[in-house]
Write a protein that binds this ligand. Structure first.
Ligand SMILES: [Zn+2]
Length: 165
């Protein structure tokens, strides 16, 4: 009962009108993203018969295509991605496995290892500290269907604030 009352109070206090043009035709950014993704899959089979001077030729072929088509609006509304650990790990593995023993240059191996460690550390720090906030901000963001402005609705009645896109 208390939770229901809090949710109702939130709806009353939260204005979903666009702060740019005042339109109430807004959508959550996550829905804009999801609605703009379309998966496709197709199979094709072809056959051809040709008669020429060397003789009769027969060609059979098949193809399969799978993928995803994304609209421009969906591409703008793409959620923040985690940073990959691969570049840092790759450099560290190269430093350990190849450069040191093969080339005998421990200084180059150490430099590559340290560079890989820095890249890995930056990715870990981003994914643990910044990315969760970016994802929460993305989930809370709405997009105006009239003017295209992205914004996070204010819940305190003090007005929404825009997000640059
Ligand atoms: Zn607007």
């Amino acid at each position: 009962m208390v939770v229901h009352a809090v949710v109702c109070l939130e709806r009353v206090l939260m204005s979903l009108d666009c702060p740019g043009c005042g339109s109430d035709n807004v959508r959550r950014l996550s829905l804009v993203y999801e609605d703009g993704l379309h998966a496709f899959a197709g199979d094709g089979r072809d056959a051809a018969v040709a008669l020429g001077t060397p003789g009769l030729g027969v060609q059979l072929g098949s193809s399969k295509a799978r993928g995803t088509i994304q609209t421009a609006a969906s591409a703008i509304a793409t959620p923040p991605a985690r940073h990959s650990y691969r570049p840092g790990l790759f450099l560290m593995i190269i430093a350990l496995a190849l450069v040191g023993p093969i080339l005998g240059s421990r200084l180059v191996a150490l430099a590559l290892f340290l560079l890989g460690a820095v890249l890995l550390g930056r990715a870990v720090r981003y994914n643990r500290t910044i990315w969760p906030d970016d994802l929460l901000r993305w989930r809370a963001t709405f997009r105006c269907q009239r003017c295209g402005r992205s914004f996070i609705p204010a819940t305190d009645g003090g007005g929404s604030f825009g997000i640059s896109s």
